[in-house]
Design a protein around this ligand. Structure first.
Ligand SMILES: C[S@@+](CC[C@H](N)C(=O)[O-])C[C@H]1O[C@@H](n2cnc3c(N)ncnc32)[C@H](O)[C@@H]1O
Length: 269
């Protein structure tokens, strides 16, 4: 049984290090950590937190992140964003960046890869035969190493891929077993997966054209969310687009982003 003080220690640790608010999630926290503690012969939550804080390898911290983040995602999620990208954003960027042919796209909470691979399909489709002449590599980051390993492998069950249009599945995925397929090299080369904690300073040298930050800020409190949105604003190209989850909003009075339509924002040109 987790005690109140052990639970609040974990809540505080998560909030400070990852921005994630767990204070209403006691059952989730104890449910997900109990097995981990048993498997690793750890006697109590406080012993575990002691390990998390003092482990120089960072492995215990990595395990707690992998256990306590919620990574739910799927292909074609909120596809209206992809349509907007295809119809409005990419035609604009193709014209604007015709000389450099360099698009900088960041997917900031990519989970197991379904979101950036959907994006990669849209980009391949849009640029078609010109794909090779454009650098449209998507930087896809997440805090969880577990989901990143899955994303990098790029292997998914047929039922997860069933929502993709047939021609995308045929073009971009290869059967690896009776019930799964793997993203092929073209698609995998289109996405660069890295671990990154959104609470850290944003590491971009060049400014970004498009940012997808969907369904992650729901785990942050308002101050953390606004601070992140404003840090992202500073790293974006004028005219760049920010997509957030369709159930999320940004308080217009606290950001310089212009509101375009629900869950789509833009930095002024
Ligand atoms: C619910 S998933 C959303 C996945 C995808 N963006 C989508 O909309 O389908 C939220 C992801 O945010 C990640 N995450 C949570 N806090 C984070 C942080 N501080 N830094 C980076 N990633 C974080 C989690 O690991 C998880 O994979």
């Amino acid at each position: 049984m987790i005690t109140d003080s052990e639970f609040y220690e974990i809540v505080a640790y998560f909030k400070t290090h990852y921005g994630i608010e767990l204070k209403e999630k006691k059952i989730l926290v104890s449910g997900r950590l109990e097995n981990y503690l048993m498997r690793n012969g750890i006697e109590s939550y406080s012993e575990f937190m002691q390990m998390v804080r003092s482990d120089p390898t960072g492995n215990a911290a990595k395990d707690i992140v992998n256990a306590l983040t919620t990574n739910h995602t799927y292909f074609m999620r909120e596809f209206e964003h992809m349509e907007y990208l295809r119809q409005v954003v990419l035609p604009y960027l193709k014209k604007k960046e015709y000389a450099s042919k360099d698009l900088r796209i960041w997917c900031g909470a990519c989970s197991s890869g379904e979101e950036p691979y959907t994006l990669a399909c849209v980009l391949q489709d849009f640029f078609g035969l010109e794909s090779d002449r454009w650098d449209t590599t998507i930087l896809a980051t997440d805090i969880s190493t577990k989901v990143l390993a899955h994303a990098q492998r790029g292997e998914y069950l047929n039922e997860q891929l069933a929502v993709l249009p047939d021609n995308w599945r045929r073009r971009f995925f290869t059967k690896v077993s009776a019930d799964s397929m793997r993203a092929n090299e073209t698609l995998r080369k289109q996405v660069l997966f890295r671990q990154f904690n959104l609470m850290n300073p944003l590491p971009f040298r060049k400014k970004l054209h498009v940012v997808f930050l969907r369904n992650v800020m729901i785990y942050f409190d308002e101050a953390t969310k606004i601070s992140l949105v404003n840090r992202i604003y500073e790293k974006m190209e004028p005219g760049g687009y920010l997509f957030i989850g369709s159930t999320e909003t940004i308080d217009k009075s606290k950001t310089n982003f212009s509101y375009i339509q629900p869950s789509i924002y833009r930095k002024n040109i």
